[in-house]
Design a protein around this ligand. Structure first.
Ligand SMILES: [Zn+2]
Length: 444
């Protein structure tokens, strides 16, 4: 018997590629005979219960396919279905079966938990004074040059004990969970010395052990160069930290930007990371076109992130190498710039969306709000933004076989939303639609 069944689901957003495959990718030729098709105009595949089979997604094909371009509008929605959970995994989707516990989700939206693929969640203090300075007209760069910005947070983070950092981060994760985040990436990068970077990575490791949210660790020792530091010497130090960092982290990230790390310096750091088994990620072309997107393609990074000023060549190289574009609407709002979403869509580069939660340029941790910003500010459709914060975000973290879509055998990371349509997530801007969070089969 299953442990839990969620019944009568109004809109079950599976994001299952297999489900879509069964019905064909073109929505105009999809499920014409089934009831409940009401979203053809937006290209979303909507169907009633699967006709003969009581469960779908059992053909053993590779799960969790990343989506690009128009495919990002296909959510694999089923109306009126049930989803079963056993031993923390999804056991079936279709007609309800008996289970130890039932949840009635009549008329509600049920979807995979959000995967936030880019955050700097471990830090001490805040930068609320700089927030005011920026409103008064100072630029991010000017503030950084006068000792504020990242350097300010580095000072606070170095002064905080491991326990203090851990407790502050736990509270932030509690908030993220209430807003539907079930997996989150966290970068180091406010230590900027061997001792303090490893301290941050240890905190990130403890968070993963102690908090229900799954935490994916990234080493970002190359986040900044402090004004008093000699860059060449710091790069040598960074290369020396890599062995120890690789015991904790899964990815190595670098801030490739004018005035921070050049394209060639970034390459050197990321190649060293690769030698220690750390897959590359890049903060690319955020403030100026600095070669980051090109490097991402050349080096075969798993993702390039921010991407406000990517070159056409960079986009082309990213497409060729299968690099995911991780866009960050929170930072776009706070820094008053915009990523060229259409260019990535047209080029067929898969897009993920993250919060970029950090004390300087994006103090926003709620994924429903981030989805709202993605739609209002950057022109994503609600379905595209949902794809970008679930399956594509999982892909940007290399865990698409475990989370990011509702498919048999995957982790039962599931949200029940108190709304009738997924389109309401961005529409009721600032409202938290999350009614229940289920993490690995446990109702939290
Ligand atoms: Zn960042």
């Amino acid at each position: 018997m299953d442990d839990l069944v969620i019944l009568n689901i109004g809109e079950l957003i599976t994001l299952s590629s297999e489900f879509l495959d069964k019905r064909g990718i073109n929505p105009c030729t999809t499920g014409e005979s089934s009831q409940g098709i009401n979203s053809l105009a937006t290209g979303e595949n909507v169907s009633s219960l699967p006709p003969q089979d009581s469960s779908i997604g059992m053909t053993g094909k590779k799960q969790g396919k990343v989506r690009a371009g128009k495919e990002m509008r296909e959510l694999g929605i089923i109306k009126g279905a049930s989803i079963g959970i056993k031993d923390g995994k999804i056991s079936y989707i279709g007609e309800p079966r008996k289970a130890k516990k039932e949840i009635d989700a009549k008329g509600k939206v049920v979807m995979p938990g959000f995967v936030d693929p880019h955050t700097h969640l471990v830090f001490a203090g805040s930068r609320v004074d700089e927030f005011e300075l920026r409103i008064l007209g100072k630029s991010y760069k000017e503030i950084a040059e006068s000792g504020g910005g990242i350097a300010n947070t580095v000072k606070n983070t170095r002064n905080a004990s491991e326990e203090e950092l851990f407790q502050q981060a736990m509270r932030k994760l509690d908030y993220a969970l209430l807003q539907g985040t079930t997996t989150i990436e966290i970068k180091s990068g406010y230590g900027l010395s061997s001792k303090d970077e490893i301290k941050m990575l240890r905190v990130i490791e403890s968070l993963n052990k102690k908090h229900p949210i799954s935490v994916v660790p990234t080493f970002l020792g190359a986040h900044s160069v402090l004004p008093e530091t000699n860059k060449e010497k710091y790069i040598e130090k960074l290369l020396g930290m890599m062995g120890e960092a690789s015991k904790f982290a899964k990815f190595c990230d670098v801030f490739c930007e004018q005035g921070v790390f050049t394209k060639e310096e970034s390459r050197k750091i990321l190649e060293c990371g690769l030698n220690f088994g750390l897959r590359p990620k890049i903060h690319a072309d955020e403030l100026t076109s600095s070669g980051g997107s090109e490097l991402a393609g050349e080096i075969g990074a798993i993702s390039a992130e921010h991407l406000v000023y990517p070159s056409n060549k960079g986009i082309e190289l990213m497409k060729k190498a299968g690099v995911v574009a991780v866009l960050l609407p929170g930072a776009c709002l706070f820094l008053a710039h915009k990523s060229p979403v259409k260019k990535f869509m047209d080029a067929g580069v898969p897009i993920a969306i993250g919060s970029d939660f950090n004390p300087g340029s994006s103090p926003v941790l709620s994924m429903p709000i981030i989805i709202g910003l993605a739609c209002i500010l950057l022109g994503f459709t609600p379905a595209e933004a949902i794809t970008a914060t679930t399956i594509n975000a999982a892909y940007a973290l290399g865990i698409e076989d475990k989370v990011g879509s509702l498919e048999i055998g995957k982790d039962a990371d599931i949200l029940i939303l108190n709304i009738n349509s997924h389109k309401e997530i961005p529409y009721w801007f600032g409202f938290n639609p999350v009614e229940k969070v289920i993490k690995k089969g446990e109702v939290i």
